[in-house]
Write a protein that binds this ligand. Structure first.
Ligand code: AQP
Length: 344
């Protein structure tokens, strides 16, 4: 069976974009793929400690992301759910990939530029090498498919480049080890749907993000009904009524975003949403969006709160997942070491 790998960083403020662009889709793929869902805690520490909050906050956020996975319906018995730092292979393979990837490739990564900001000299080496660790996460399990939001597309292309260069550089050794003509698959992104890129509620040109200082910019998965209602009602819009055709949304990013969110939450398309709400007032549409968001997110938020109240249970899920992941990772690392020429 084909294998899916994906992850979410435990950096707090899990939001609707993380849910629609990633976690909800993780749950949907469970019947079609063998899935590995990771809480990527080693990625979380690539940013400044003020962003990830320090050790206590990290522990809390690792459990919160795990709770979100479980609350969204991911089955940790059938599939693998664990946190990255439990499996040493991620760091080991990332080192090999640091030696395969070229500086020029990493220099093109837009997420590094955005996250490092103006003070680039002061960004961590880990933030720069983030994409090679991400490539290692995926390829350690030789995953074939990766569900992510659109913001991760460039990193996934880099993962494919790394896999291809490794396969080429070590081609004769791979064959000599009896491992076929190429070792790593070139993983395919699974990106799509109306919420591949959920935008900020305050600015339709920026993605909804955990690190936005304004809490009004995002709907957090643990927001209660009142908070959801107030954020949707205060979401930035223009003064025009909704258009009747999807084309009419193009120049109106805030309207397009809210219609996309409605479509994703209701399992329909933006065109169907406009059939229902087109030419109507924004206030009517926003009222319906509040009801829908509360109905869909309320139970998930409540289940997350119930789960994090029992950290022992969550830690046991992660530990068991870690053990299962390690079996797969160890096999890959043995083969990679033989391919590269490390004596073991
Ligand atoms: N706005 C978004 N719309 C759709 N998908 C999104 N994702 C993130 N933001 C959106 C997807 O969520 C998954 C987990 O993301 P992450 O934890 O790796 O964090 P990130 O990509 O850095 O995005 P955040 O949550 O917005 O954090 P900050 O503020 O640090 O940038 C990924 O699949 C991502 O595509």
């Amino acid at each position: 069976q084909q294998r899916v790998f994906s992850g979410v960083q435990p950096t707090g403020n899990l939001h609707l974009g993380n849910y629609l662009g990633a976690i909800k889709r993780f749950a949907e793929l469970q019947d079609s793929y063998d899935c590995i869902y990771c809480v990527v805690d080693m990625h979380a520490i690539t940013q400044d400690m003020r962003v990830w909050g320090g050790p206590d906050e990290l522990r809390r956020n690792i459990r919160e992301v795990t709770a979100a996975y479980l609350a969204a319906g991911i089955d940790a018995e059938r599939h693998i759910v664990f946190n990255q730092s439990q499996v040493a292979g991620h760091a080991e393979l990332a080192w090999v990939f640091n030696c395969v990837a070229r500086l020029g490739w990493l220099n093109r990564m837009t997420q590094f530029k955005e996250k490092a900001g103006k003070d680039r000299e002061n960004a961590s080496v880990g933030l720069y090498a983030y994409p090679t660790l991400m490539a290692a996460d995926i390829l350690l399990y030789r995953a074939t498919h990766v569900p992510v939001g659109e913001d991760q597309k460039q990193h996934l292309e880099l993962t494919r480049d790394i896999a291809q260069k490794f396969n080429n550089d070590f081609g004769p050794s791979i064959a000599a080890q009896g491992l076929g003509e190429s070792y790593f698959p070139l993983p395919e992104p699974l990106i799509g749907g109306p919420a591949a890129r959920v935008m900020s509620l305050r600015d339709g040109s920026k993605k909804m993000s955990k690190s936005d200082p304004s809490d009004l910019s995002r709907i957090n998965l643990t927001d209660d009904a009142d908070a959801i209602a107030s954020k949707v009602r205060r979401a930035k819009t223009d003064s025009e009524p909704l258009p009747s055709e999807v084309e009419g949304l193009r120049p109106r990013p805030e309207a397009e975003n809210l219609v996309g969110i409605y479509a994703a939450l209701s399992g329909t398309t933006p065109a169907e949403v406009l059939q229902q709400f087109g030419a109507g007032q924004f206030s009517t549409f926003k009222g319906a969006l509040v009801d829908l968001a509360v109905a869909k997110l309320g139970p998930i938020g409540a289940e997350m709160k119930r789960l994090v109240a029992d950290p022992g249970h969550i830690d046991a899920v992660l530990q068991k997942g870690g053990e299962r992941a390690r079996v797969l990772a160890d096999e890959t690392m043995r083969q990679v070491k033989d391919i590269v020429g490390f004596v073991r």
